[in-house]
Structure formats: C-alpha cells, structure tokens
Design a protein around this ligand. Structure first.
Ligand code: MF3
Ligand code: CO
Ligand code: CO
Length: 301
C-alpha cells in the first residue's frame, strides 16, 4: 500500500498524492495496492518471464502451420489447449473473466477477443488474428499474429503489413529512461500515414504474475502515461489493433466478448511481450532463433 506522501509508483519522483492518487481512486484503486517498484521485475522474475515468453513463442510456431483455409476456429482452440497442457502449462484465457476458450481468434472486422467456434471455419481471403497467452510457472507470456488465408484483397494485405510494422515501430521505441508514451507517439503517426487508424479502447498492458498489471500501454498519442518512465526490468505488451476504417469499436451484446469495428472495416493486430533492458528491449515472446528486429514478426511477403 502506498502512503499519500510516498513516492508515486509511476516513477515520476513526485509524491503519490501529487501524482497518481486521484487517478487511481477513480479507477477503483488499482495502483494503490502496488508497492512502489513492483513494476520492475527481480532477476528471478525476469527468468520466469523469459521462460513464459519463450513457451508462448514456441506455441505460436506450433500453431502457425495449422492456420489454413477450412480449419474451424474451435479446432485451433483445441490444438492450442492440448499443446499447452501437454507441456505442463496453463492457457491464461480459459476462464479469465469467464472467457470460455483457451485462445482468442478474431477474423476480419473482429478487432479482438473473438471466441473460437466449431461453426466458424477459416476461408480464403480472411485475415485472422490468433492471440495466445500462457501461464508458465506462474508467469504470463502474451503474443498474437494476424494470418492471411490464401489470397486476400490488396487492402487486407496492406492493413496486415502496416499492423506488423506498427508493432515493430512500437518495439523500437522501447528505451530505458524514455516515457512509455513514446510507443504510441511512434505508432499512431506511422499508421495514420498509411490511412489506417489505431484502436484506442484496447491497449497493451503490464504483465507478469498477473495477465494485466500495473499500467496500460497506449498505441495512440495519448495524454496519459507521459510520466511513466520505462526502466530496465519492466515487462509489458505492445499489441496495436489497427483498423482500415475508423477506430471506434463495439462489443457484441450477446456474447459480451467479441469486439468489432463500429464501421465494419477490417482490423488486424500483432502483439509481443517485451522486457526493458539496460540497452533497449528484449522481445520475450519469441523462440531464441528469432531475436532480432528484422525477424520479430513472421509474415509472408
Ligand atoms: N490476449 C489478450 C491481450 O492481449 C487478452 C485476452 S483476454 C480473454 O491482452 F479473456 F479474452 F482471453
Ligand atoms: Co495482451
Ligand atoms: Co494477447
């Protein structure tokens, strides 16, 4: 518990009461229970996060070849579920706030949180995001990719490429000593220059023993978070959701989960879990062979 006169958890150096105390109160006190530097992982926790990230990357490598025309999204869910359990780990999505499946699969105008179904099969021309999150020895790894099924429209391909590059821009903006808002500042102008828009309602997030912890990572130019300084040992996700049309989204009234673009336009997403290092950044949700900025994204030409 942070006292009113303690330094704020965000690292601004200001007293808590002069900084995030009011904001936390309006958000239901989430920040208040965090000890001052809980956001910075210990050496031991970093080892745990590396392991969780590496497994999530391995799971993505496993599932990638199955993401093909004709497969049902429920079948993909089962493959993810079984592979995770067979390796002794836990699918984080299953039961998270009552989410009913082990993976989120979001097709075309679905922005995120699509629920796998035996009645939905991938079709030629679809763009499909597969968002995997695994708990390994208590730590979370969270990453997603958008796949193009067979031949897709030129505009769909454009969107997927812009989105992949948006994640790279975000990862490249991670530097110790810089504000967290550098990420959105790098992503949004880039995305807008390609006539796409950045979803604002969903963001990246701190990650560790909890799925969503400590702070939001904005992918757009936001007024919040300018005072949160990236420090070595922080772990969070960067996961831009990019729309071909406008950024507003709506949640399905019946299932309470499926998020769609309000204007019906296509949406794509890529996500990685990253660690701030002394030098810059380490992408955790990759198998070790992929550790370089050119190859952090797997995408066909
Ligand atoms: N994987 C998503 C994220 O990137 C969260 C999914 S929550 C679920 O933050 F409940 F829908 F699984
Ligand atoms: Co995430
Ligand atoms: Co995710």
């Amino acid at each position: 518990m942070i006292g009113r006169n303690d330094p704020c958890w965000c690292g601004s150096g200001k007293k808590y009461k002069k900084c995030h105390m009011q904001i936390d109160a309006t958000k239901g006190n989430t920040g208040v229970t965090q000890a001052p530097d809980r956001r910075i992982k210990s050496a031991e926790e970093i080892i745990g996060m590396r392991k969780a990230g590496a497994f999530n990357g391995e799971l993505m490598d496993y599932i990638r070849p199955y993401v093909q025309e004709g497969i049902s999204t429920e079948k993909l869910n089962q493959l993810v579920h079984t592979y995770t359990l067979d390796h002794g780990h836990t699918p984080a999505c299953l039961g998270y706030h009552n989410f009913p499946k082990s993976v989120c699969i979001s097709i075309n105008n679905v922005v995120c949180h699509g629920i796998p179904s035996p009645h939905v099969s991938l079709q030629e021309g679809d763009i499909v995001n597969v968002d995997l999150t695994t708990i390994v020895d208590g730590f979370h790894g969270d990453s997603s990719e958008t796949f193009m099924i067979g031949t897709v429209s030129a505009e769909a391909r454009h969107l997927v490429k812009v989105t992949a590059q948006a994640l790279i821009k975000g990862v490249e903006a991670v530097k110790p000593g810089r504000p967290l808002s550098d990420i959105g500042d790098a992503i949004e102008p880039f995305v807008n220059s390609y006539n796409c828009s950045v979803v604002r309602q969903y963001t990246g997030h701190g990650i560790g023993k909890k799925f969503h912890e400590h702070f939001s990572v904005y992918h757009h130019i936001a007024i919040d978070n300018r005072e949160i300084i990236m420090k070595p040992g922080m772990t969070f996700t960067i996961e831009p959701m990019i729309n071909l049309g406008d950024y507003p989204v709506v949640t399905d009234r019946h299932d309470g989960w499926t998020v769609r673009t309000k204007d019906g336009s296509l949406s794509a997403q890529y996500e990685h879990t990253v660690l701030v290092t002394e030098e810059a950044v380490e992408v955790l949700t990759l198998t070790p062979s992929h550790q370089s900025t050119d190859t952090i994204i797997t995408m066909p030409e």
